[in-house]
Design a protein around this ligand. Sequence first.
Ligand SMILES: [Mn+2]
Length: 334
Amino acid sequence: MIATHSPYARGTVYRTENAFYKAPNQQKEIIMIKVFGHKAPDTDATGSAIIWAWYMSQNGTPATPYVLGTPNTEAAFVIDRWGYETPELLTTAAGADVVIVDTNNPAELPADIADANITEIIDHHLLVGGLTTKGPINITIKPVASTATIMAGMMGDDLASAPTGIKGLILSCILSDTLEFRSPTTTDVDVELAKSLANDLNVNIEAYAGEMFAAKSDVSAFSDAELLRMDSKEYAVGETKLRVSVLETTSPETVLSRKDSLMAEMTTVASEDGVDQVLLFVVDILNEQASLLVPNDLVKALAEKSFDATVDGDIVILPGVVSRKKQIIPNLAL
Ligand SMILES: [Mn+2]
């Protein structure tokens, strides 16, 4: 392994045959842990990688955050707002010691993740299986709204003395994943933590969340294919492979005005990505509803069966639906 020093590191940990020990001034093999979240990085995937790399480094295990793609516009805004640089793009995980955050799904990780040494997983998604480890490791999965919420809990008393930027990232991850507490994934733990951080940071939650959502809604620069893949998870219903895409926005009309070209592009994206169908849910954050594009009879049947909806035309509105994790994925049926 290459001996580089993490900007996040305070001390340096070297691995000897049997033990870990601190020896900051010697040039020996350094374990540099790579911390990353899922592909198509959002605020929680990017923010929690930065948060945990900082915390590990702080505790004597040098770690560096990475991303598996270009962070979305909200994540880019958040990173900049709290004074961080966009983490480097990870192109291969082979041979690396890694910590996986905000996912446990091999489909959302580097293709060579099986050749990595996974040392820890911290996540808040359903356990899909498929990852293997080279030994027993710490795996923390909790049903809270953001991965950063779990990390804050794991930090315990250390959170109080964390830098402003780390606290700001945690707050941002919670506001992003809860859509400012609107999502049914929101727990009391998330709300209390966010309010306490906002108070500590002197941030007005409503105003700050508004800035985040405005950043997220600014998708004019993206092609149809990019929009279809921006916040997307693969999921199978029986034999039918789906790419379940969600666009959370305060300006649904901006996306829906492109519905014809988006639906036309679904065929290409589906075949390129090896799935049968792309589903696009445009989530209206402020009105707490989703619009599902209905390009064909397959999606029509799926919408009717999954959401008890009556489909008439090429868009169906699903009142109250804002969470892929809790309201979309668990209900998908054909
Ligand atoms: Mn998350």
